[in-house]
Design a protein around this ligand. Structure first.
Ligand SMILES: Nc1nc2c(c(=O)[nH]1)N[C@H]1C(S)=C(S)[C@@H](COP(=O)(O)OP(=O)(O)OC[C@H]3O[C@@H](n4cnc5c(=O)[nH]c(N)nc54)[C@H](O)[C@@H]3O)O[C@H]1N2
Ligand SMILES: Nc1nc2c(c(=O)[nH]1)N[C@H]1C(S)=C(S)[C@@H](COP(=O)(O)OP(=O)(O)OC[C@H]3O[C@@H](n4cnc5c(=O)[nH]c(N)nc54)[C@H](O)[C@@H]3O)O[C@H]1N2
Ligand SMILES: [Mo]
Length: 551
């Protein structure tokens, strides 16, 4: 996030798209509701009538995958009506002319045809967001233009044009100067409790800790020095879906999975199973015997987050300390210790004369100290300083207070760059054989592959099994009554679940969460069309057929 959670309550307008905030980020949704109660506008662009729509002042219900036309039309309108922030564009950005030229053809009328959202709603969203209009009451920011925040999540990124989508939202914020000030910015709501931290310290295929590129020779050599090794790899690795394809092609022979359950969470499960079963070695390090661990040659038992020391970095870049609150069972060790011991043994096997210092950690704190040493954005942090509320990166020096708002004076690259983006449609469109769009995601009561939440009796009681949301029109066509068993079929496979007939989804779209091992959504999703840059699969759109299982 460019900005911080606490700023949401002061916003004049909050623009949410592709985030089911009340179910996936419930605590953040309280801040949003608070802002609305103080008079802020809440604009939501989403295919589903998600719970937060009850608080929205404007809801643009798009057909899945068509929001790009709406965003381009919103920017078209902002320029046409003179609502852009010329001062910000001149002082802080570059590439405006090229970007603006591309927008000319993306009229609200065209967006209405593609998305099903009326022209008036698109124009109203443009005005409210651009000018930071309030629904009522006075702004805490006494300025001519109010403060607008964009929040987004997986509805934007889990798309074959996810990178374009994110650039589009950045363009929109820069166009209106909603950047670098409180209650503005582009704010991706990060998912897992520590996914931000995992990325920060290099759990990505192209960077070392602190987003230092593996292809940057100078950074690479500095890190090799710090770690006391001769060289470090300079090759960008395979992302997870690419790795599964490489495995079926025999190019990847061994996989070490730590805290992931790809048999449930990766797209096209039959293919994933084929890839994993064909490996020479599959190691799974988990806190439970997950669906993936059941296929492993070796299972390494890890301690859960409630059983170990460490730090989590949350969605607003805040690094916070973990403290164990329960004892761990059996032989479970903290993940860092399993990895360090494994690495030390491998080094010994490879004939290293001495155990390199970089594997000799005494504690999680020692790991953190090393991390801070090699990661510029964490460099000023220590466990002592993190005690209490933690610190937000960048925090480059021991006396730096942390950074609640990014890009306040300038962007990381200097001027903010407008990236011209054109619309792309989802890779798999409905047709006669597979006439419906399947959208996948989450429900409030379960977490991902639900290794944890389905072991909790109250949660399991609340949502005990897989259900498909079906619009009444589509239910009528397929002769489906409430609670019937239905079968969804895509080009990849078939899944059975219970019908939940609901106006939450628009006609032509069905929704299935990916929590249920008896109704595994990823049997249906596709793994062929990845975003060209991020390589994320299009979890949010594939084509399916709906049948009543009894007919
Ligand atoms: N209860 C619970 N909370 C969670 C999780 C969980 O499993 N359970 N997982 C965590 C993780 S890792 C993550 S990444 C986050 C995910 O948080 P979200 O991204 O909020 O969750 P999703 O259910 O994937 O929903 C994405 C939203 O995008 C919408 N959407 C679908 N297609 C489109 C489209 O074409 N355009 C637009 N604009 N929107 C679309 C959906 O209708 C939905 O409202 O949640 C985190 N929080
Ligand atoms: N169809 C569809 N698929 C999706 C998505 C979607 O929206 N639709 N969303 C995608 C997204 S955003 C995400 S983040 C992924 C999530 O996918 P996964 O990360 O595969 O899902 P989890 O169930 O969170 O799996 C985490 C595993 O880690 C284990 N675990 C928990 N704590 C620890 C620990 O401290 N140490 C170790 N070693 N293991 C631990 C759990 O038992 C579990 O087996 O799913 C993706 N897949
Ligand atoms: Mo996620």
């Amino acid at each position: 996030m460019t900005n911080s959670i606490r700023e949401m309550r002061d916003a004049d307008c909050i623009f949410i798209t592709g985030s089911n905030t009340a179910e996936a980020h419930p605590v953040i949704s309280y801040e949003i509701i608070r802002a609305v109660q103080r008079g802020a506008h809440l604009v939501i662009v989403d295919p589903r009538r998600i719970p937060l729509v009850d608080h929205a002042t404007l809801f643009l219900q798009i057909k899945p995958g068509t929001d790009i036309y709406v965003f381009l039309a919103i920017m078209h309108t902002i320029i046409r009506e003179g609502w852009a922030d010329a001062d910000f564009i001149n002082a802080r950005t570059e590439g405006y002319d090229e970007f603006a030229a591309v927008l000319e053809e993306y009229t609200p009328e065209r967006a209405a045809l593609m998305s099903g959202v009326p022209v008036e709603q698109i124009e109203a969203a443009a005005r409210i967001y651009a000018l930071g209009e309030r629904a009522s009451g006075d702004s805490v920011y006494a300025e001519p233009r109010g403060h607008s925040m964009i929040l987004y999540a997986m509805g934007i990124t889990q798309r074959s044009n996810g990178t374009d989508m994110v650039k589009t939202l950045a363009n929109l914020a820069m166009l209106c100067g909603h950047m670098g000030k409180p209650s503005t910015g582009v704010n991706p709501l990060r998912g897992q409790s520590n996914v931000q931290g995992a990325c920060d310290l290099g759990c990505l295929v192209n960077v070392f800790p602190g987003y230092q590129r593996v292809t940057d020779a100078e950074k690479r050599e500095a890190l090799a020095d710090a770690w006391d090794v001769a060289t470090l790899p300079d090759e960008v690795g395979l992302t997870i879906v690419e790795a599964m394809h490489a495995a079926t092609e025999g190019q990847v022979r061994a996989v070490y999975v730590m805290g992931e359950n790809p048999m449930m969470s990766d797209p096209n499960t039959s293919h994933v199973e084929h890839a994993l079963r064909g490996l020479d070695l599959l190691v799974v390090q988990d806190i439970f015997l997950s669906e993936t661990a059941q296929l492993a040659h070796v299972v390494l038992p890890a301690k859960s987050s409630l059983e170990k020391h460490g730090s989590f970095t949350n969605t607003e870049r805040r690094v916070q300390l973990l403290t164990p609150v329960i004892n761990s069972p059996g032989d479970a060790l903290p993940d860092w210790q399993i990895t360090a011991e494994l690495a030390a043994r491998l080094d010994a096997r490879l004939g290293q004369s001495r155990l390199p210092d970089y594997w000799r950690f005494e504690s999680a704190e020692a790991v953190f100290d090393e991390l801070a040493r090699v990661t510029p954005i964490y460099r000023g942090m220590t466990y002592d300083r993190l005690a209490g509320v933690g610190l937000q990166w960048p925090c480059p020096t021991p006396d730096h207070p942390g950074t609640p708002i990014l890009h306040a004076e300038q962007f990381s690259r200097g001027r903010g760059k407008f990236n011209p983006v054109i619309a792309h449609d989802p890779a798999e469109q409905p047709d006669e054989e597979y006439p419906l769009i399947l959208s996948t995601g989450r429900v409030l009561y379960h977490y991902h592959s639900s290794t944890m939440t389905r072991r909790s009796q109250p949660l399991d009681w609340r949502e005990p099994g897989g259900f498909v949301e079906i619009h009444p029109d589509d239910a009528a066509v397929a002769d489906v009554q409430p609670d019937d068993r239905v079968t969804l079929t895509s080009r990849r496979g078939s899944v059975q679940a219970q019908a939940r007939i609901s106006q939450r989804v628009p006609p032509g779209t069905v929704f299935l969460a990916f929590h249920w091992r008896e109704s595994p959504a990823n049997m249906l999703t596709q793994d062929f069309a990845l975003d060209p840059v991020a390589k994320i699969p299009e979890y949010k759109v594939c084509a399916v057929r709906l049948e009543n299982s009894h007919s």
